[in-house]
Write a protein that binds this ligand. Structure first.
Ligand SMILES: [Zn+2]
Length: 376
């Protein structure tokens, strides 16, 4: 086993209980219509080295840009190169694992399609223009792949203006299985939403409930991994089609992260399939309703306040935030976060509180967050 492979496995292990992903092909496009015109490149073909040709994003007026990359079913890929207009290389290779640890701009592996929201910071200024290349990854091992010139990739992008004095609003849809204590309990659902808003207030983000859907026939257990999301997709598929620019929050049964390289499966407090949600399979946030270790499938019994904090943390992943400090000590790339932050890998712990200004900026850059005037 190579050292990079070993580290990839460590990264995977460290990501237990945190990650996030996305799934409806139309929603991101619709959400992006609010701002500037949608610009398109491609489709381009992954070459024999597994890389696309360079794709240039010209200078734009704004602070951040959302890249919507669409490949084909069964194709995994990652950002392989990111070079700014001054020639500085922020990403220069595909790194094994669910996201790039050594990159100057951190992004996650994509499966079939994904949103990459580049909000700048740390010296990277996307509005000055940049060039990207994407590269194939093996979905089974999360390692770079060069499968030849078959699959294609299409890229769309939309710039977004800076809005430092604005607040953000995010729409949620609850998908509630009978395994959750929220099932047919509108009062509890409202209470969770209120406490969730309390948790998110410091980040300048409010959430509203667009709809609540019952999933009475949902399976009592779902097993999943970074690129093995079929059981989670099956839960979402029990609901009516996704709403535009609305995050589905699935209150499921027992949730087990089942790493094929490290056993045994472990239960999670919450799960978001890809950091940076909004496109790709199982694009939603998942919360457990049953303990995996209980006799006769006991319900989870976390206090409402703890559930709200874990859900806020998962929404942080969906909107592009990594753990402030991973369990192996790896910090995020933001200069104003630390262990005492809600993006701590253990959000239910008492010290895991609060958001930083950089986290706020990142979250409000996500194209699904609509902006409202700050009452202050
Ligand atoms: Zn997490």
């Amino acid at each position: 086993m190579t050292s990079s492979r070993t580290r990839a496995l460590v990264v995977l292990l460290a990501s237990v209980g945190l990650v996030a992903c996305a799934g409806d092909a139309e929603a991101p496009r619709a959400a992006l219509k609010e701002d500037a015109p949608l610009l398109t490149a491609g489709p381009v073909v992954f070459g024999a080295d597994g890389l696309t040709p360079p794709l240039s994003i010209p200078p734009f007026a704004g602070a951040s840009v959302a890249l919507w990359a669409t490949a084909e079913p069964g194709v995994c890929f990652s950002l392989a190169s990111l070079v700014d207009f001054q020639g500085r290389r922020w990403v220069d290779r595909r790194e094994a694992g669910p996201y790039c640890l050594d990159c100057g701009v951190r992004t996650s592996l994509a499966q079939e399609e994904a949103l990459f929201v580049l909000s700048g910071g740390g010296g990277f200024a996307p509005h000055e223009g940049f060039t990207v290349r994407f590269g194939l990854m093996a979905c089974e091992t999360l390692t770079p792949s060069s499968r030849g010139a078959a699959p294609r990739l299409r890229l769309e992008w939309r710039p977004r203006p800076e809005a430092p004095t604005m607040r953000g609003l995010l729409r949620l849809r609850f998908l509630v299985s009978r395994h959750s204590l929220l099932f047919r309990q509108p009062g509890r659902q409202r209470e969770l939403l209120e406490r969730l808003n309390d948790e998110l207030a410091e980040a300048g983000l409010g959430v509203t409930l667009a709809a609540s859907v019952e999933l009475p026939d949902a399976a009592p257990e779902a097993r999943f991994w970074v690129t093995e999301l079929s059981e989670l997709s099956a839960l979402v598929a029990r609901a009516p089609p996704a709403l535009d620019a609305t995050v589905d929050v699935v209150f499921a049964g027992c949730l087990r992260y089942d790493d094929p390289f490290f056993g045994p499966p472990v239960s999670v407090e919450g799960f978001t399939p890809r950091v940076g949600g909004g496109a790709g399979p199982a694009s939603a946030v998942f919360m457990p309703g049953l303990r995996c270790d209980g006799f006769g499938a006991d319900p989870t019994n976390a206090p409402m306040e703890t559930s709200a904090r874990v859900l806020a943390h998962e929404l942080g992943h969906f909107l592009g935030l990594y753990h402030s400090v991973e369990t192996d000590g790896t910090p995020d790339l933001l200069d104003d976060t630390g262990e005492q932050n809600i993006m701590n890998p253990h959000p239910s712990r008492a010290g895991a509180r609060g958001w930083s200004p950089s986290q706020r900026r990142q979250m409000l850059s996500h194209p699904w967050v609509s902006r409202v005037s700050d009452p202050e």
